[in-house]
Write a protein that binds this ligand. Structure first.
Ligand SMILES: [Ca+2]
Ligand SMILES: [Ca+2]
Ligand SMILES: [Ca+2]
Ligand SMILES: [Ca+2]
Length: 251
């Protein structure tokens, strides 16, 4: 009887523990599937798109979904991007036309979303689901000066500069960003050592891209994303990975 009781207690303890552990069961359909070509050589992150993997891709993907703010003009904002991958990383080429480049907060952890920045949403296993204060997915704000911020599991802004390498060059009102993104899975911990995963052909990742556009205001004027978001509140990407699109890595 004692043995049986012990077994029951053990089972109860195990089930309690399991229910406390974040459980990122896949809940997202593959939407807006983009096939991403493999680069034989990783692009050199210098903000210059002279690599063949960028030149070979004739078409760009648009950043044209208004997530926050009033409707904007094409003089105010236009954005588009290309992607490629190697086994080490995902690479982005992002072309932003923005009439005024604005960086009012020099402290990278102060109101980072209110400066002009590129925001990369990535969900390693394309699970979708909630990720506000956990690492089921990441929402990296990449600032003009290269600093990278997302919410930590401590519910505060944290620098993740070792996840994203970027370089941007502005010519007139056009800024070209070249970005290398290491991919971490949901076992990531803010305290411990983490190893980025190796990418392979056929892998699917949840992904969206956005731009925070501020031209002279206290808070950002527009937030424009790459995916269509249902409902009134479209500023969902930093909380909900279900609004991400899907990348499929091809050879
Ligand atoms: Ca380059
Ligand atoms: Ca603008
Ligand atoms: Ca995930
Ligand atoms: Ca701006």
């Amino acid at each position: 009887m004692i043995k049986i009781l012990g077994f029951v207690i053990l089972i109860s303890v195990v089930s309690c523990k399991t229910s406390e552990t974040p459980n990122f069961i896949k809940q997202k359909a593959d939407v807006q599937v983009l096939q991403v070509p493999k680069a034989t050589q990783p692009p050199f992150i210098d903000g210059i798109a002279n690599e063949s993997i960028w030149k070979e891709q004739n078409s760009w993907h648009p950043i044209d979904q208004l997530w926050l703010g009033a409707p904007y003009t094409s003089d105010d904002f236009q954005g588009r991007y290309k992607l490629c991958w190697t086994k080490e990383a995902l690479f982005l080429l992002v072309e932003i036309k923005d009439d005024i480049i604005y960086d009012q907060y020099k402290d990278p952890l102060e109101l980072w979303w209110d400066d002009d920045c590129v925001e990369i949403f990535i969900d390693e296993d394309n699970s979708g689901g909630e990720h506000q204060y956990n690492h089921n997915a990441f929402a990296y704000h990449v600032a003009l000066d290269g600093n990278v911020v997302d919410m930590s599991t401590q519910k505060v802004g944290k620098m993740y500069n070792h996840h994203v390498q970027s370089k941007n060059i502005t010519n007139g009102t056009t800024t070209l960003w070249e970005i290398k993104l290491l991919i971490f899975d949901d076992s990531y911990t803010d305290e411990g050592d983490n190893t980025p995963i190796k990418l392979t052909v056929g892998k699917k990742l949840g992904f969206a891209l956005a731009y925070c556009d501020n031209d002279a205001s206290l808070t950002r004027e527009n937030f424009i994303g790459s995916t269509a978001v249902e409902g009134k509140d479209k500023n969902r990407g930093w909380i909900d990975a279900n609004i991400f699109g899907t990348l499929q890595l091809i050879d």
